[in-house]
Design a protein around this ligand. Structure first.
Ligand code: URP
Ligand code: ZN
Ligand code: ZN
Length: 463
């Protein structure tokens, strides 16, 4: 038997098992998993002794090259996917945004063009629905059949992206019929807008007011409403970027009733808090994203949610805007600060550090959160998200003991600051393979922009 590549003697970690093995790769897929695989004729041999071999990370929430808040997120599909690969992510799901009055297909086509010949790792799309007429309702079924099997709806950003409950209910009913999954930005946008206008009228315009005008209750209420609408529609629902205990409790209650309610959180809500917004001068703008940062005590609740499966996924909500010129657009008014933060590169290291080294969960649960559950929920499993015969050889060879300090001076995202500046992580990807080809080798990018493929996802089938 001849393999293109053999990874030797690594500690294979999947969502369920941990064992020492070799992995043989042929034609971009995993062809053999056993100790003592022949290496004489192998094209390449990678020694993984003392290292973890895990399925490549799947980041189901990114915004590359996205027009938003009067500007565009700085990472495009080339720089963003390269930064993702440095961090051990081998597949991402980005968002194609429907322009009001236009078709969903137009959104999909536009984002396919953005990614074309740029992505260094595999990618897929959710579609953001902003306007759901009869034609777009029809289109949902067609798109699901073409591999765009999830949709994001907003209960926030009135006048821009927010949709009403009737639209949400119709979209959920259609998703239930065709096997789609609705991803929900759950914040009560109407109430928040009233609070924001009051703050502005009182001259409260610094970045911290972005957070202070978006109470946790607004997220809890919208989460509860999203779950209720999904229950009425007989549809599954996936709450994105869950940031606080109020929302977490709503998801827990729903799951206790066996409803198909799922949720993700992001590293920023686990590592950062409202205190970060007290950074000197205008620096708090670096942490203006939505939902906002919360009081510190929420962090441990979210970690517990990850450990106990109230939360199923960690994504990044990577939406980078430079501090200079972009965040600065809101110097005199926090509502003009483009919402979003950079994080695509450090998800695995941050979650391994806080989760596994922090004693909160096992390496297997880590794999479940960053790769396997995302793959299952979003129709990529078993092609991706696990290590099994026939799966794509998207693999990360991870040094669980290597330490690194996160800094904008050394990161690969195209943005002039890091939300996690100075945070020391333990656990770093050394080598990353996409379809069996090295993309990162010993911490150096050796891949190629354009080698990433669009992945048609399967219909929602639970977890
Ligand atoms: O502030 C954020 N999260 N920006 C990206 C858009 C979104 O709501 O996910
Ligand atoms: Zn959102
Ligand atoms: Zn987002």
């Amino acid at each position: 038997m001849r393999f293109d590549t053999v990874i030797r003697n690594g500690t294979v970690v999947t969502a369920t098992d941990t064992y020492i093995s070799d992995i043989g790769i042929s034609g971009g897929r995993i062809a053999a998993i056993a100790l003592g695989l022949p290496i004489e004729n192998a094209g390449k041999v990678i020694d993984a002794t003392g290292l973890l071999v895990m399925p490549g990370g799947i980041d189901v929430h990114t915004h590359l090259d996205m027009p938003f808040g009067g500007t565009t997120s700085t990472d495009d599909f080339e720089t963003g996917t390269i930064a993702a690969a440095f961090g051990g992510t081998t597949t991402l799901i980005d968002f194609a945004i429907q322009t009001k009055g236009h078709s969903l297909r137009q959104a999909f086509d536009t984002w396919m063009k953005k990614a074309d010949r740029k992505a260094a790792i595999d990618y897929a799309f959710h579609c953001i629905i902003t306007d759901l007429g009869a034609a777009q309702l029809e289109e949902m079924g067609a798109l699901i059949g073409e591999g765009v099997s999830s949709f994001k709806l907003f209960m926030a950003y009135p006048g821009v992206l927010m949709v009403d409950d009737a639209t949400i209910f119709r979209a959920m009913s259609q998703a239930a019929k065709f096997g789609g999954l609705i991803c929900m930005h759950a914040e009560n946008g109407g109430a928040i807008d009233v609070i924001v206008q009051k703050a502005l009228a009182e001259g409260k315009k610094s970045p911290k007011y972005h957070a202070l005008t978006r109470p946790t209750t607004a997220e809890g209420e919208a989460t509860s409403r999203a779950i209720a609408l999904a229950e009425m529609a007989g549809a599954p629902v996936y709450i994105v970027h869950l940031s606080c205990n109020d929302a977490l409790e709503k998801v827990r209650e729903a799951r206790d009733r066996d409803l198909p309610a799922y949720a993700e959180t992001c590293p920023q809500y686990l590592y950062l808090s409202l205190d970060n917004m007290d950074a000197p001068g205008f620096e708090g703008a670096k942490y203006v994203f939505t939902p906002p940062l919360r009081e510190k005590w929420h962090q441990e609740k979210l970690w517990q949610g990850l450990a106990h499966d109230t939360l199923q996924v960690v994504s990044t909500d990577h939406c980078p805007f430079c501090f200079k010129e972009q965040k600065e657009m809101g110097r005199d008014d926090f509502t003009k600060i483009p919402n979003g933060g950079p994080g695509i590169e450090h998800r695995l290291s941050l979650i391994y550090t806080g989760g596994v080294h922090g004693g909160r969960f096992s390496p297997n649960r880590f794999v479940q959160l960053v790769a396997t559950a995302p793959a299952k929920l979003f129709g990529l499993f078993p092609r991706k998200g696990t290590i099994a015969i026939g799966s794509d050889a998207d693999l990360v060879i991870f040094d669980p003991n290597q330490e690194q300090t996160i800094s904008a001076a050394t990161h690969h995202m195209r943005v002039d600051y890091s939300m996690f500046e100075g945070i020391r992580v333990k656990g770093v990807p050394k080598t990353v393979l996409s379809h069996g080809r090295p993309v990162i080798e010993n911490g150096i990018f050796v891949g190629k922009a354009g080698s990433g493929e669009f992945v048609r996802r399967q219909r929602y089938a639970g977890i």
